[in-house]
Design a protein around this ligand. Structure first.
Ligand SMILES: CSC[C@H]1O[C@H](OP(=O)(O)O)[C@H](O)[C@@H]1O
Length: 352
């Protein structure tokens, strides 16, 4: 009997305000935070209360709704000018995930079509809820497309958290793993802890254990030996920004996994909605890589583990060249051996 998998929804709009599940304190605390203003939402994205490219985009869309409420209250019929500074602050909250700017741009376009003589909030809330629902729908579609690529009894590795917590629900890479499990194709999942922020040990392990999906947590540095053992079939990951040639930015450590996978004959699947594709850039060298505070590396739970004053490098993402990727799975279809040419099949009419 296939177990009906429940899924977590980390973003809720209720009682005219935004509610976010605080991912900084999972898995040992399930704490929801309420947001009444757009600057607090920008800070929540920056401090990773909410994280994951699609989740950041959906959250920003609701941040625009709150910014519109503030602009109408403070500027009345001049709300379309007054809304711009808070939107800039929202857009600046994190640089790599293109879903953030995509969602804000889509909400700005919607704003431009609204009357300046009435509150934009109701109409913009409808647009934000549409973006929210579209994300979950896309994840379920991708989940099936990706699961269809798996053989029976697949053993897979995932890095970071590309689950329900990184989206509006169901997940991207974990959506494929969830659907693969429903379809009886997943024998076992290995989960990288994903230092330094530990999305794997704190978030992915929590999601998979909640749903009884068989998994083993490991240190990031164990991935090479696991691949050398010959038992791994796929590495399945999410993405934060994909260039038009298929080069993919994802959590730091993904590039290392890609090189190891190529050497050991393990296939690499990137799972991301088309809102993660940045058609404006030719290749991965143009993707901005977020540099986060050194204390995320030199401390654990605020306790120093390295010598004080140590110099730290803490890039949050790296770029995997398209030639190391076997398949990019989106809600618009699957691109095998991605390249500039075959990525074009994913372009929508307006992007052509
Ligand atoms: C489904 S996108 C998830 C993506 O986002 C993560 O980064 P962060 O936790 O810093 O927002 C990581 O790159 C995941 O693959």
């Amino acid at each position: 009997m296939t177990k009906l998998l429940q899924t977590i929804e980390p973003i809720l709009w209720r009682d005219e305000r935004l509610h976010l599940l605080d991912q900084r304190v999972l898995p040992h605390k399930e704490n929801w935070l309420e947001f009444h203003d757009s600057d607090a939402v920008a800070e929540a994205i920056k401090t990773m209360v909410v994280r994951g490219a699609p989740a950041i985009g959906v959250t920003a869309a609701y941040g625009v709704v709150l910014a519109a409420r503030e602009a109408w209250f403070s500027a009345g019929e001049n709300w379309q000018e007054a809304i711009n500074p808070p939107l800039k602050r929202l857009a600046a909250s994190r640089p790599t995930a293109v879903n953030l700017s995509w969602a804000i741009d889509r909400m700005k376009t919607a704003s431009a079509s609204l009357s300046k003589y009435e509150s934009p909030e109701p109409a913009l809330l409808t647009f934000a809820q549409q973006i929210h629902q579209e994300d979950v729908k896309a994840n379920r579609t991708m989940g099936q497309y990706g699961a269809d690529l798996l053989d029976n009894d697949s053993i897979v590795l995932t890095h970071c958290n590309a689950g329900a917590l990184a989206t509006a629900g169901f997940g991207t890479a974990l959506g494929v793993i969830r659907q693969g499990f429903i379809d009886g194709k997943i024998e076992h999942v290995y989960v990288d802890e994903t230092r330094p922020w530990l999305q794997g040990s704190r978030l992915t392990a929590w999601e998979l254990m909640q749903e009884g999906i068989p998994m083993t947590l490991q240190a990031d540095v164990a991935a090479g030996a696991l691949m050398a053992s010959g038992q791994l079939d796929w590495v399945i990951v999410g993405a934060d920004r994909i260039a038009s040639n298929g080069d993919t930015a994802n959590k730091i450590g993904t590039y290392s996994l890609a090189v190891l996978a190529k050497y050991h004959g393990v296939k690499l699947m990137v799972v991301a909605p088309t809102t993660t594709i940045d058609w404006s850039i030719d290749n991965g060298s143009q993707i901005p890589i977020e540099q986060r505070t050194g204390s995320e590396v030199s401390e654990i739970d605020g306790r120093p583990i390295a010598p004080s004053e140590v110099h730290v490098s803490n890039p949050a993402f790296d770029v995997t060249p398209a030639e190391l990727i076997d398949a990019i799975v989106t809600e618009s279809g699957v691109v095998r051996s991605p390249s500039k040419e075959n990525m074009k099949q994913l372009k929508s009419e307006e992007e052509k």
